[in-house]
Design a protein around this ligand. Structure first.
Ligand SMILES: [Zn+2]
Length: 216
C-alpha cells in the first residue's frame, strides 16, 4: 500500500473510531491528515463505515480538490488553513462532542480548572467566535483561536484538535471532550477555582520534558 492509501486508511480508521466513541453524533465531524503540500480529508455526506480509501479527498495547497472524487467535508477550509498556518499540524480532528459543544454553546472557554488543560498547549482551551459552518470567516476565527494552542472550542458548534498525526489528534479530541465533561461537572458543583499562570507554566514546562504528553 502506498503512503497516500495508507494515510487514507488511517483517516477512515480514526473517523470510524471517532463516530463509534460518540464524539461525533450522526455524520458530524471530519478527519484529515497532511499529505505532500496539501492534505487528505473525509468526504461530505458519507457514513464513515461505508468509506473506502478512494473516497478520501486530496486537497492541494491552493485549496483545490483533486480528481472526480466525492465532495470534501464542508469544513475543508479550516483544515486547509490550519495546515498552511501551523506547520507542526500533521492531523486534524473536528467533532461535535457533547460536553465540548455544550460549553461552546455557552461561549465558555475551558480555563485551567485542571492541570491537564495544558495538553492543548497552553493555560486554557480557547474558543473561536461563531461563524457559519464551511465559511472562510469560520476558518479565520479558528486559525486565530489556535494561536499557541493545539485545540479550540468553536462557539455554537464543537471542537477542533490538531497534532503531529491524525491518531494523536483523535486522542487530543478525546482528552478535550473529557476535560469539558469534567469542567461541566465542576461548574455544576459550584467550583470556580483555577490554577494561576505560574502553576500552569510549571505544568507546561513539565510536559515538555515528558515528551509528547504527560499523564501522571
Ligand atoms: Zn462541525
Amino acid at each position: 500500500m502506498n503512503k497516500q492509501k495508507s494515510l487514507a486508511q488511517q483517516i477512515i480508521d480514526c473517523a470510524i473510531e471517532m463516530s463509534d466513541s460518540g464524539l461525533s453524533p450522526g455524520r458530524s465531524g471530519n478527519v484529515s491528515a497532511r499529505f505532500g503540500e496539501g492534505f487528505l480529508i473525509t468526504p461530505s455526506g458519507l457514513a464513515y463505515g461505508d468509506l473506502s480509501i478512494d473516497d478520501i479527498v486530496y486537497i492541494d495547497e491552493q485549496g483545490v480538490p483533486a480528481g472526480a472524487k466525492p465532495e470534501p467535508s464542508s469544513e475543508w477550509r479550516f483544515h486547509h488553513d490550519i495546515y498552511q498556518t501551523y506547520k507542526g499540524a500533521g492531523g486534524i480532528v473536528h467533532c461535535h462532542s457533547r460536553h465540548a459543544t455544550a460549553l461552546a454553546c455557552c461561549n465558555t472557554e475551558i480555563p485551567a480548572f485542571h492541570y491537564m488543560v495544558a495538553v492543548a498547549g497552553g493555560r486554557k482551551i480557547p474558543i473561536a467566535p461563531y461563524a457559519l459552518f464551511g465559511t472562510q470567516q469560520l476558518s479565520d476565527y479558528v486559525v486565530k483561536a489556535l494561536n499557541g494552542y493545539r485545540a479550540s472550542l468553536l462557539e455554537h458548534h464543537g471542537l477542533v484538535a490538531h497534532r503531529a498525526s491524525v491518531r494523536d489528534a483523535l486522542d487530543l479530541a478525546h482528552e478535550v471532550e473529557e476535560l469539558a465533561a469534567q469542567y461541566v461537572l465542576v461548574r455544576s458543583l459550584g467550583g470556580d477555582k483555577v490554577l494561576d499562570d505560574a502553576q500552569m507554566e510549571d505544568v507546561i514546562e513539565r510536559f515538555k520534558t515528558y515528551g509528547k504528553r504527560a499523564s501522571p
